[in-house]
Design a protein around this ligand. Structure first.
Ligand code: SF4
Ligand code: SF4
Length: 102
């Protein structure tokens, strides 16, 4: 059975899932708010940020958007709180705090 993954949601029974959870549609990750299960949350300190943009490509969830060549906040709908951005920031502009509250 092949199922359009864009129709899968929290209430979907196991019979409605794709076999082996295969993905049959592209560009669907935006529909899944993986930030729901974040345990730790990055906090951005704009006063320390020097816009080196090192953090942006290191984020495995593309949750550090860049607009007009500058980063600002986080996409908390998709940030999973892995902490990689805080580790790579050379200027301590990102702090990790416990919990998923923004
Ligand atoms: S790595 Fe740190 S200093 Fe560089 S853009 Fe990201 S938050 Fe700003
Ligand atoms: S904590 Fe992880 S997922 Fe969230 S913005 Fe930083 S690198 Fe991306």
């Amino acid at each position: 059975m092949r199922t359009d993954i864009t129709n899968i949601h929290k209430q979907t029974p196991h019979t409605g899932l794709t076999e082996a959870l295969e993905v049959f549609a592209g560009g669907t990750s935006v529909h899944f708010n993986t930030g729901d299960w974040r345990n730790n949350t990055p906090v951005y300190h704009a006063d320390k940020c020097r816009q080196c943009l090192l953090c942006t490509p290191c984020c495995p969830d593309s949750s550090i958007p860049v607009t007009d060549g500058k980063r600002a906040g986080f996409d908390y709908d998709h940030c999973k709180g892995c902490g990689i951005c805080a580790e790579v920031c050379p200027f301590d502009a990102i702090e990790m705090k416990a919990g998923n509250e923004v």
